[in-house]
Design a protein around this ligand. Structure first.
Ligand SMILES: CC(C)(COP(=O)(O)OP(=O)(O)OC[C@H]1O[C@@H](n2cnc3c(N)ncnc32)[C@H](O)[C@@H]1OP(=O)(O)O)[C@@H](O)C(=O)NCCC(=O)NCCS
Length: 178
């Protein structure tokens, strides 16, 4: 058990704000803590934040925001999930599972039928383990200066309601990715 780790079961809470300082508290101040810099993408900040504190220290985060998109010719919205992070010394003990579950509990109150996230290929099995499914089709996302680019990362979705299925068709975000 690490110095900051309490013996009480960790609890995920809604965070009033989440700045770069809070992200650094979890992941350190390295240049590319999510390992996605090579993709060269501009990302949207998240609007709702969930976290886990052990003692005074923030050790995990997941963020949410609503995203407009088209699936085939149907315009709709999803809840985008991003900024999922667990402090290096606390990984492998279920904190990502816990903080994502809290975020998805809230996402179920936001309206859209599905949540969506982008991740590096090595993380696909982890998200599958948490009940997410990979989409195989090309996903277009907006970038600055009105550019539309193909998302180079993997796209994962999970339902937020019972008995909903992901519609078929190409996917196009009407925003930057999150
Ligand atoms: C990715 C990250 C958030 C995972 O955090 P974590 O706290 O270690 O994850 P958890 O311990 O909650 O693991 C979640 C589940 O995935 C499983 N899992 C982990 N690695 C796995 C793998 N390679 N294959 C299959 N399942 C895996 C775990 O066993 C666990 O399932 P269980 O609860 O049924 O045992 C953490 O490594 C991190 O912060 N990385 C740097 C930032 C980053 O890349 N974030 C992702 C942005 S998309």
């Amino acid at each position: 058990m690490s110095e900051n780790q309490s013996s009480a079961a960790p609890i995920a809470i809604r965070l009033p704000n989440y700045t770069r300082a809070e992200q650094d508290e979890i992941l350190g101040d390295g240049d590319d803590p999510f390992g996605v810099a090579a993709a060269g993408l501009t990302w949207l900040p998240k609007e709702e934040h969930f976290g886990i504190k052990l003692g005074d220290r923030l050790v995990a985060h997941a963020g949410l925001l609503r995203l407009p998109l088209a699936i085939g010719d149907k315009k709709t919205e999803v809840v985008g999930v991003g900024g999922v992070a667990v402090a290096p010394h606390e990984r492998g003990r279920g904190l990502a599972r816990l903080v994502i579950a809290a975020a998805l509990d809230h996402a179920r109150t936001m309206g859209p039928q599905h949540a969506l996230l982008f991740c590096r290929p090595p993380l696909v099995p982890l998200y599958q383990r948490l009940g997410w499914h990979q989409l195989d089709q090309e996903v277009l996302v907006e970038q600055p200066e009105s550019r539309l680019v193909t998302m180079p990362l993997r796209t994962m979705v999970t339902p937020l309601r019972d008995n909903v299925t992901w519609p078929s068709g190409p996917l196009r975000l009407f925003s930057l990715p999150m």
